[in-house]
Design a protein around this ligand. Structure first.
Ligand code: UD1
Ligand code: CA
Length: 478
């Protein structure tokens, strides 16, 4: 199977205008659960065993924007369709890229999977069933069909009345009156025998509207060789396309429910599925609870026994186990076990919070590493900082990391006590077990075990063993 898949490449058609979206943004780039629509098609193809190197995307309308977005996902190949002359024409323009690709494949190009860029709900297993049948039966064409009570708008699958064998696909506009009631429609997913398909493309004729229909190819196959088309009946939901923004919302809702269901069945509690959004690329450990109004965006990897939400937005966050996040916004960061965030905190990109860090009540941290057991309990900001373990970050503490030109680093040792309203003017460092008095403005490095107070902060205690003077109290951050 794996070997046979090597001769298989995919062509994804995304050259159409998407007129019915009424948008400046190309249709395939409209976000579905936070990702460009076409990424969902690309993922299905990849999970079915065809890597980006063997996947060609046909771009036309807003080609550059579409290409740029897709290139960010992987090393895909592209074919340009300068004018949207139909789905058949879209495959024609991919011909030369397919020839190049064929030379790169040791066993040559054997088969071509063709699907559309708006095929968001297509499951890898649906694609796999099509591919498997094609590889097993070796017809000229294998295509997916589906049934729905109202298939108007779709091309219909026409079968021989006596045998039920596939005959042709007829587009809606060309249906004979007696064919209108046919419920089986062309889903728009095909596997073609490569040599035959590429040789047959020149036979496509322009429709009265000036389009070349890819859907004429299966009919040619039957003319060339009886019974040379296999069909796979798939779930109609899997092949719902997106043509306008109503369908965009409908398809997004189905995808969202599918993802939520998958995680619930895997042992995750989703308190309120109707207000929970989990991206396709996110992973959640068992016995984690996702509370209402929570979004997991990008590629989040959440551990077990966590409570995330309510009212939280996490993008590309990786957590250990037993992590709590309440009413907070977190991006592009890593949280070890037992970290607790919120309420009302912001973890900006580039943070690494070690085990049992606690931050809440208007705490913000950016591009910083925070050591285990450190508490940042009240409104304060740590930016470009390396903070050791068991530090008390008093209320109002600020790392003044920006001098108007550069961002500068603050280094804080272990067991440091930062009094309320300490301002650390970076670059600056505070040694282990040092203390700062309330309201200190620290402009020079503070040595380990010493206490500094005032503006600018000056030394008042050399050794840590002595009692703190009345200036040093901060609110406990715990
Ligand atoms: C197509 C099928 C129809 C099928 C339906 C399933 C044809 C002629 N008809 O109709 O039988 O039931 O899909 O959803 O294929 N595209 C290009 N270049 C073009 C035109 C289209 O790349 O010149 C791309 C579009 O971006 C889109 C896809 O091909 O991703 C399908 O095009 P669309 O116009 O939506 O086809 P349908 O009319 O829906
Ligand atoms: Ca369509």
């Amino acid at each position: 199977m794996a070997q046979e898949l090597e001769g298989l490449s995919a062509v994804i058609l995304a050259g159409g205008k998407g007129t019915r979206m009424k948008s400046r943004l190309p249709k395939v780039l409209h976000p579905v659960l936070g990702e460009p629509m076409i990424f969902h098609s690309l993922r299905a193809v990849e999970h079915a065993g065809i890597p980006p190197e063997r996947t060609i995307v046909v771009v036309g309308h807003e080609a550059e924007a579409v290409r740029k977005a897709i290139e960010a996902r992987g090393p895909y190949r592209f074919a340009e369709q300068p004018e949207p002359l139909g789905t058949g024409h879209a495959l024609m323009v991919a011909d030369s890229v397919l020839q190049t690709l064929a030379q790169d494949l040791t066993g040559g190009l054997k088969n071509i999977l063709v699907l559309y860029g708006d095929n968001v709900l297509l499951r890898p297993q649906t694609l796999a069933s099509l591919i498997n049948l094609h590889l097993k039966a070796s017809p000229l064409v294998t295509l997916a069909s589906a049934e729905t009570p109202d298939p108007s708008g779709y091309g219909r699958v026409i079968r021989q009345p006596e045998t039920g064998r596939f005959q042709a696909i007829v587009e809606q506009v060309d249906l004979l009156p007696e064919q209108v009631s046919i419920k089986e429609f062309n889903a728009g997913v095909y596997v073609f025998q490569a040599d035959w398909a590429l040789a047959s493309l020149p036979r496509l004729k322009k429709s009265p509207k000036g389009e070349y229909y890819l859907t004429d190819l299966p009919g040619f196959a039957i003319e060339d060789q009886p019974d040379s088309v296999e069909t796979v009946l798939v779930d109609a939901e899997d092949v719902l396309g997106i043509n306008d923004r109503v369908q965009l919302a409908e398809v997004s809702a189905i995808l969202r429910q599918r993802i939520l269901r998958r995680w619930m069945l895997a042992g995750v509690t989703v308190t309120d599925p109707s207000s929970t959004y989990i991206s396709a690329e996110s992973i959640i450990g068992p016995d984690t609870v996702i509370e209402p109004n929570t979004h997991l965006k990008g590629a989040c990897k959440i551990g077990s026994d966590c409570v995330i939400g309510p009212n939280s937005i996490l993008s590309n966050i990786q957590t250990g186990d037993r992590v709590n996040v309440l009413a907070s916004v977190l991006e592009d960061s890593v949280l070890e076990d037992e970290v607790a965030i919120g309420p009302f905190s912001r973890v900006r990109p580039g943070c690494y919070l070690e085990k049992d860090v606690r931050m809440g009540n208007f705490a913000e941290v950016s591009r910083s590493r925070v050591g285990t057991g450190t508490r940042q309990g009240h409104f304060s900001f740590l930016g470009d900082a390396t903070v050791g373990p068991n530090v008390n970050v008093g209320a109002g503490t600020i790392t003044a990391n920006y001098d108007g030109v550069n961002k500068n680093k603050t280094i804080i040792g272990s067991h440091v006590f930062l009094g309320c309203d300490t301002i650390l003017r970076a670059p600056v460092s505070v040694g282990d077990e040092a203390k700062t008095g309330a309201g200190s403005v620290v402009t020079k490095d503070v040595q380990a075990g010493t206490t500094v107070v005032g503006i600018p902060a000056r030394l008042i205690k050399r050794k840590k063993a002595e009692e703190t003077t009345g200036t040093g109290e901060g609110t406990s951050a715990g």
